[in-house]
Design a protein around this ligand. Sequence first.
Ligand SMILES: Cc1ncc(COP(=O)(O)O)c(C=O)c1O
Length: 436
Amino acid sequence: MTSATATKPALLEGEKLVQEAAPRWPIAGEQERQWMDEVVTSGAWSWLGVHERAFCRDYAKFIGSRYCLCLANGTVTLQCALQAVGVEPGHEVIVPGLTWVATAQAALDIGANVVLVDIDPETLCIDPQAIRRAITPKTKAIIPVHLYGCMCDMDAIMQIAREHDLKVVEDVAHQHGSRWRDRGAGAIGDAGSYSFQQSKVLTCGEGGAVTCNDESVHDIVHALKHVGFAPDRSQTWAPDDRPPLVPGNRYGHNYRFTEMQAVLLRGGLSRLEEQTRIREDRVQYLAEKLRAIGGPLRAAKRDPRVTRQAYYCMTLHFDPSQAGGLHRDQYRQAANAEGCALGTPYPPVYRHHLLNLYDRTSPVPYRAPGTVQNYAELRLPNTERAVLETGVVIPHQHLLGNRAYLDQWVAAIARVNEHLDALRDHFAAQEGQDKA
Ligand SMILES: Cc1ncc(COP(=O)(O)O)c(C=O)c1O
């Protein structure tokens, strides 16, 4: 590196500061390869095989719930969990305005009306006060989504649920293994729903799971995922055996799981606690360094009631008043040029094209006129500000990097902060050229 390029930001023709390769994701170990070979030759590829049963047993224990069932993905898990806790067509389900669109789709697809509410600006998770304001006589359930790197306020949400006799289905697609006052995310409400899609911290490419404590919730999810068949409770079976089945009086489908998926999850689960510990350590390190260097970027505060934080992403906040006139996305562009993969939150759910089709293929809007929000007109200020101006996320694989890698990130962010004026001039000149 020459002295000129050593100081210039990469966006202004300097050399990028992050030279270490980003950690790989997803990953698999030797044990999975060996099991996978055995599964391939065994001829037992699907339908509650030995690996799926072992994973369900271990994952239920890890989360701290009585039951775990594996399903095809983290959208049908939400659908089945909602149905199992009693959500029926015409009921209202309260969902945060900031989440992946599947959270809303799952409720819409079973005929419920989705009422979107605003988020807490610090955690980017559903705001309990907004839940309270949205409750009507038709409300049946709440879906708190533990989003990116912060948990929902489960004390407040469970209190509201108790007061209004509502069901709680936690969407834990982002936070396998987070703990609130030492209780596992997904074991606090009536059911937990997890995605094992490739980007997640526990993954088998595609897949999902439901956890619950109630036997009847378990049996309904079982019937919904297995063409209507539920465990036959008039018989007994060993804990690690497949249950004998009877028709479960439910209109179920095939949302079953394969042994190949289960093998990958068993390997992933064996590494998860150590990876979470490393990510927690890296997030604390980055938060401290960002505080020390100052500037527009800071880590979201950690609620002391969160006793273990799993990270789909680290959640950060960008303060435009500290950015010398740079917009968040210009700042990100400068950081990304240095090799720091800063991302943004999802678009507001109500802006997603799937919820704005307004044609015959769409379940929205106006299934029950007068009670359903018009998503085209909906505005949720905290959601929109986080999405458009202030929210920043760092995907979890970067949080597995070693200290040298993180120090390069910190140096890169410090360098962007030192050159805010020059970067602002660069973007202004670019805009001038675009207009000319
Ligand atoms: C918060 C959230 N909920 C649900 C889902 C749906 O999971 P899947 O893609 O496995 O259907 C996702 C997937 O990204 C998600 O991020």
